[in-house]
Design a protein around this ligand. Sequence first.
Ligand SMILES: [Fe+2]
Ligand SMILES: [Fe+2]
Length: 168
Amino acid sequence: MREVTLKDIYEHPITQKYVRRSGMGHAISVSYHAFHLAEEFNVNPDRAAKAGFLHDIGHYEWYRDGKWDYQLYRDFDIHPIKGAERAHKLLVRLGEDKQAAKEISHAILFHTESAIPDGNFELKSLQKVVHLADEKDKQPGDSHHYRNIDRQKEVELIEKLDQKIDKT
Ligand SMILES: [Fe+2]
Ligand SMILES: [Fe+2]
């Protein structure tokens, strides 16, 4: 039995604040993609779905003169680092298995190269899954961060994915 469900994570105020900031629709899609890729890569589907759901929890808002500024983002963003730490704290607080919390946190850290020094990293399978899942949901102009779905639909999708995970 899992210690923590996606619904537990979804409902937490930290998730509502930070995952919503970077796009709840994107987070949910990436969690589904990660769940489906998990089988192909032979990784734990629960950890894949959670890491996919939380991968952008570290986003900060880069505004200049009231407008989103991509140059500031490109120059100064550390969202994978911030997200790895934030997700880890949240999962541990919720009572997540400590090994799972560490693996999920690492997958968030490596989901994009934006904050990691250049180099040839040998990614672990779970890290690859979250990276690929994120890539699958990307849309031109970063509009995947602004795709809105209504809250009832969000809850339905989260509950449906929890049921799929429980069946694995
Ligand atoms: Fe990201
Ligand atoms: Fe993303």
